[in-house]
Design a protein around this ligand. Structure first.
Ligand SMILES: C[S@@+](CC[C@H](N)C(=O)[O-])C[C@H]1O[C@@H](n2cnc3c(N)ncnc32)[C@H](O)[C@@H]1O
Length: 360
């Protein structure tokens, strides 16, 4: 069986693989690309493009093994477990070959080739919890999930009434095989509501930090496969893209930040975002100029960037301290700590706002 989506790609992509430093012992070597030695900015390596879902994705979703994360009173969020990619890599469309390469190399990141979007990283959960605690409302807001991976942050905003949500990931395979399917999994509002009623009662494991994570097991999957043909379709079956009103509020982009910015700045008017989420994206100091430029150009004058990050990325080099230094040198944004976990490997959520409200 093929797991492919058909996408209309409206902007041509560049070469997929580039000369890049690859992981050594599972960690990328960014030493040659640190901010100190980079008078030349990091090369754009993957040209940006927009993805338009153009076919019925039901088949893919029927075979998917979704997980659900529930945090406090937030709506449950569904996402494909990364293990599905290991098992089905050869059957999926993957022009970038990242599914096979990550499986071969057993690596979370391959610098310049695969930037880690196929799994949900820890700080995404931290940020979801902060949103729950602070009661952030999204009604009518324009949201960018920058370096989205699975896209849970953007999906939450969508579920909570954001006017538009744009998803960006470095890898087109991530957008096509993970982000978009996840959006579809979560877009069927009626289904999701009825699942909340049924499933809130105990299948999930309550974690001490309040995160309730439920995995749909192989057994559940077998049960689903054994279903009689006369039975109604499973609740989580997604609607065709054209039927999704939620989907009309979304756009999907892949590519590196420099060319992503260039692509959207060609639009008239160019997008401005009230909220930008970016989780676990500051591990590589070489990318700071491009990341900062995206935030600078695309954040609305009174907008807010939620940045979730580990304190330090061991073996990689980046981290909050270096990023704060970079931001301070630029003098555009002020940074506030919104949440800190000081035990173990320290994690943080910080907010960035323009120092002076821009008049544009
Ligand atoms: C470690 S993953 C985090 C994924 C997701 N935000 C999460 O927390 O689960 C880092 C993400 O940052 C994005 N990223 C990193 N460097 C990038 C670059 N130079 N250009 C564009 N995207 C980049 C990739 O899309 C990648 O998915």
């Amino acid at each position: 069986m093929s797991f492919s989506f058909n996408f209309d790609v409206h902007v041509q992509t560049g070469p997929d693989d580039v000369d890049c430093k690859e992981l050594q012992n599972g960690k990328p070597d960014y030493a040659a690309k640190s901010t100190e030695d980079s008078d030349k900015p990091a090369e754009p390596v993957k040209l940006a493009k927009e993805h338009h879902p153009s076919s019925d994705p039901d088949l893919l979703l029927m075979d998917a093994v979704p997980e659900t994360v529930t945090i406090g009173t937030l709506p449950p969020l569904h996402f494909l477990n990364e293990t599905v990619f290991e098992k089905t890599a050869s059957e999926r469309e993957d022009g970038e070959k990242i599914l096979s390469r990550t499986a071969e190399q057993r690596s979370d990141l391959i610098s310049g080739v695969y930037e880690g979007g196929l799994k949900v990283w820890e700080c995404t959960y931290d940020l979801l919890e902060l949103i729950e605690k602070d009661g952030e409302t999204f009604g009518g807001k324009r949201v960018l999930d920058l370096g989205c991976g699975a896209g849970l942050l953007g999906i939450l905003a969508l579920r909570r009434g954001a006017r538009q949500v744009h998803f960006q990931d470095y890898n087109s395979t991530v957008i096509e095989q993970l982000t978009l399917p996840n959006v579809l999994l979560n877009c069927h509002e009626d289904d999701v509501e009825s699942e909340e009623d049924e499933e809130g009662k105990g299948k999930g494991k309550k974690h001490k930090d309040g995160v309730c994570k439920k995995t749909v097991t192989e057994k559940d999957k077998e049960k689903e496969e054994a279903r009689d043909d006369d039975e109604p379709p499973p609740k989580k079956r997604a609607l065709a893209p054209s039927q999704h009103t939620s989907l009309t509020r979304c756009r999907f982009f892949s590519g590196d930040w420099t060319t992503f910015l260039a692509l959207v700045l060609k639009e008239d008017p160019a997008p401005k975002y009230d909220i930008v989420f970016t989780s676990e994206t500051i591990y590589n100091t070489a990318y700071y100029p491009a990341l900062h430029e995206v935030l600078h150009r695309l954040l609305a004058p009174d907008g807010l960037v939620y940045l979730a990050t580990k304190s330090h990325y061991f073996g990689v080099g980046g981290g909050l301290h270096l990023f704060k230094n970079f931001v301070e040198q630029k003098g555009i944004f002020s940074i506030n700590h919104l949440w800190d976990m000081e035990e173990g490997l320290k994690r943080h959520v910080v907010g960035l706002r323009f120092k002076m409200v821009k008049t544009s």
